[in-house]
Design a protein around this ligand. Structure first.
Ligand code: EPU
Length: 417
């Protein structure tokens, strides 16, 4: 087990370079096996979620070569085997092997995916999509088998614009016969990134990034070279940190448009941001205004940023509110922030942050990935020492977080306990 010990209260300056997006790469890796030739993906973040997916590739006899920041995936000797829970439970995104293997072999058997405990997180929309394409789904003791004689393109309307279901249906449909249209599709940048990879491999996908995606099935997919987009959630996390304790902190290698919902809320608070073509420079201010935030699908305010935003809102003069509309249970960081001196009340899907309050270091637990990011920000803001346990959650999604923060002047250490 790992513990992160943070000595807080130090201003941060310098540059933090943002890595490739976790929520893109976790779909790009399974998508690559749809090709019968070599696929090279660059700007791959070195996080434990990437490692977990590479383990699944190796289990399926896929040849994976890892160089600094890139992955070369060759699935010409791949074997379609049942993927057991020891592999799938490590992360939510293991479910992208469902769409990819179904698309490639017309059959997949795998255990339920894992991931952060932030609510029920069913996969009914994914399965409904596979069924609409002509597949039969059976579930035996949480081992799913999805198979079809033939996958046929069709019109699929998603009851909710789910990121996972949109990507999984695209993966299953690229090699299907005929045309598939996904309506009420999710519009997140990661979906565009996956569609671009598939198109580079020879797929015919139009409309990714809008709510209607058209996929014209092709016979086979080939070789390609592809780049992972910058991680907008990692970028947002560090911009928030800069608004709390930055002194000209530069967040570089980003697409600022991807975090516009965050930056406009920060500007409403009174944070001054210097937004360039691929960077943001941010410094901490005082006299921040309270704000109201409601999480929504893209381009709305990302649910993945509401937890990291919360400690910053303790600096505002007055009551800020956060309404979480995507997940049922994404307030597990709040009791720990309150132990650190915050005054935050949670009722149903809403939290009210009453500020300003000062944070003081104490012992806390990262219950999930973004709760962990919130506690890292709180620990860096706080006076004294914060010890965060269950750090493994954080390492699933933030590449070299300790090194990146030390480089800009933070005092923290990852310890084995
Ligand atoms: N939902 C259903 N049925 C489904 C699919 C989703 O009811 O079949 C519900 C979920 O229970 C949830 C909501 O729809 O309440 C949103 O789910 P969505 O499918 O959009 O999310 P996801 O694909 O499971 C991805 C990211 C999440 C991020 C969300 C929303 C990955 C691996 N995960 O999850 O990232 O919060 O989109 O943007 O891409 C994180 O990085 O910390 C994280 C949780």
């Amino acid at each position: 087990m790992k513990m992160l010990e943070i000595k807080g209260g130090k201003p941060l300056s310098g540059t933090i370079r943002i890595s490739g997006a976790k929520n893109s790469v976790v779909a790009l890796i399974p998508a690559a096996v749809l090709s019968s030739e070599e696929v090279t993906i660059c700007n791959v973040p070195n996080i434990t979620d990437t490692e977990a997916l590479c383990e699944i590739l190796e289990f399926l006899n896929v040849d994976v070569k890892r160089a600094t920041e890139s992955l070369v995936i060759n699935s010409s000797n791949m074997q379609n085997k049942e993927i057991p829970s020891m592999y799938t439970k490590k992360l939510r995104a293991s479910y992208y092997f469902m769409g990819a293997l179904l698309g490639k072999y017309k059959k997949v058997t795998m255990a339920l995916p894992g991931g952060c405990s932030i609510g029920a997180r069913p996969i009914n929309l994914h399965l409904k999509g596979f069924e609409a394409l002509g597949a039969k789904v059976t579930n035996n003791d949480n081992i799913y088998t999805v198979e079809a004689k033939e996958l046929k393109g069709t019109n699929i309307y998603l009851d909710f614009a789910s990121v996972g279901a949109t990507i999984n249906i695209m993966l299953a449909a690229v090699l299907a016969k005929g045309t598939t249209i996904i309506d009420n599709a999710a519009k997140e940048p990661e979906i565009v990134n996956v569609a671009t990879l598939l198109n580079n491999m020879g797929a015919k996908i139009r409309g990714a990034g809008t709510s209607s995606i058209e996929i014209v099935g092709v016979e086979k997919l080939g070789k390609c070279f592809h780049e992972v987009i910058p991680d907008r959630i990692e970028a947002g996390t560090y911009v928030i940190l800069g608004a709390a304790i930055g002194n000209n902190l530069k967040i570089s290698n980003i697409i600022p448009e991807h975090i516009e919902a965050l930056t406009s809320k920060l500007e409403e608070m009174g944070v001054f941001l210097d937004i360039g073509a691929d960077y943001i420079i941010v410094s901490s201010g005082n006299n921040y205004n309270p704000i109201n935030v409601k999480t929504q699908t893209y381009p709305g305010f990302a649910t993945d940023l509401q937890q990291p935003l919360t400690p910053l809102l303790t600096m505002c003069n007055g009551k800020s509110k956060i309404e979480e509309t995507i997940y049922e249970n994404r307030f597990m960081h709040i009791p720990y922030l309150n132990q650190m001196g915050a005054d935050i009340r949670v009722k149903n899907q809403n939290s009210t942050i009453i500020g300003p309050t000062k944070l003081i270091g104490t012992d806390v637990v990262a219950t999930d990935l973004r709760a962990g990011a919130a506690l890292v920000i709180a620990g860096l803001m706080a006076k004294g020492t914060t010890k965060i346990t269950n750090v493994e959650h954080i390492l699933r999604g933030y590449e070299n977080i300790v090194e990146k923060l030390i480089d800009v002047g933070a005092s923290l250490e990852l310890k084995e306990i």
